[in-house]
Design a protein around this ligand. Structure first.
Ligand code: HPA
Length: 278
């Protein structure tokens, strides 16, 4: 496994996709654990499994299919990642974020990221949906920033700003979408950890003190790479379980998938409504 992905490799993967499609996708979507449903709704879909693309890693997690679905949704040309690649699977940060790089080279200007997350905010309950307003890059703080290595100057600057990772206008549109559809939309800070072990009660008390409202094992590297390339980002977390601060309950992957069933229709409604507005 090599350390960093080059622009040539990114372009080889992007070219392989371009050969299979006749539309120019505008909006990218990454669907998290248990949130795959929206990919099935894409019209005139072209399916491209990750394993058919050069340099692509393959997702190994239950509940993640591992393919691009390219077509139309709400009249917009979209490229949907049905299943994402996680750092805990053993891939490099470059591999984890390669799909976002490829989207950038395909001309995608906006990225919608969704995930299943643990609710750290004490007011959150399983089944809640949270608009991500900011993020805690805990992986990056410990040296795992996806932008480490040679900078891809053609795509973005060496030291990109992260003062507004999640687009303010899209956040407003998501709030309005929730209000129009009588959905409760929580808001907060998403903390990204590497996983795959869930957090200990001490980890969770630390995260709460640090200002996290939700915690998960994805999204942060993707959002950083998206912003590096100038994409506008919208992030939504589905709260699949409550953080276990006192050690009295256990967290399981089945619970995450199950909560996805309640969360999916809400997230779908919000994303579709925002898409229509774009
Ligand atoms: N912690 C980390 N990641 C998660 C969780 C959690 O509790 N739930 C879903 N993804």
């Amino acid at each position: 496994m090599q350390k960093f992905i080059s622009l040539t490799q990114i372009d080889e993967a992007a070219d392989a996709i371009r050969k299979k499609i006749s539309i120019q996708p505008q909006v990218g979507m990454i669907l998290g654990s248990g949130l795959n449903g929206l990919a099935e709704a894409v019209q005139n879909p072209i399916y491209i499994p990750y394993h058919e693309l050069p340099h692509f890693p393959v997702s190994t997690v239950q509940g993640h299919i591992g393919r691009f679905v390219i077509g139309e949704l709400e009249g917009k040309a979209v490229v949907v990642m049905q299943g994402r690649i996680h750092y805990y699977e053993g891939y490099t940060m470059g591999e984890v974020t390669l799909p976002v790089r490829v989207m950038q080279r395909l001309g995608v200007h906006s990225l919608f990221v969704t995930n299943a997350a643990g609710g750290v905010n004490e007011n959150f309950a399983p089944g809640d949906v949270m608009l991500i307003t900011d993020q805690l890059n805990l992986m990056g703080m410990s040296g795992l920033n996806p932008l480490m290595g040679p900078n891809l100057d053609e795509i973005g600057p060496r030291f990109p700003d992260m003062s507004q990772v999640y687009d303010r206008v899209y956040c407003d549109w998501a709030r309005q979408a929730a209000a129009e559809n009588n959905l409760t939309l929580r808001e907060g800070v998403y903390a990204g950890l590497s996983g795959p072990s869930f957090e200990s009660p001490a980890d969770l008390r630390f995260l709460r003190l640090a200002g996290a409202d939700a915690v998960g094992m994805s999204t942060v590297p993707e959002a950083i790479v998206a912003r590096h390339g100038g994409m506008r980002v919208l992030g939504i977390s589905g709260v699949s379980n409550k953080a276990n601060l006192d050690g009295s309950t256990i967290t399981t992957h089945d619970e995450v998938i199950e909560a996805g069933r309640v969360i999916t229709p809400k997230v779908e409604t919000i994303l579709r409504t925002v898409l229509r507005r774009m």
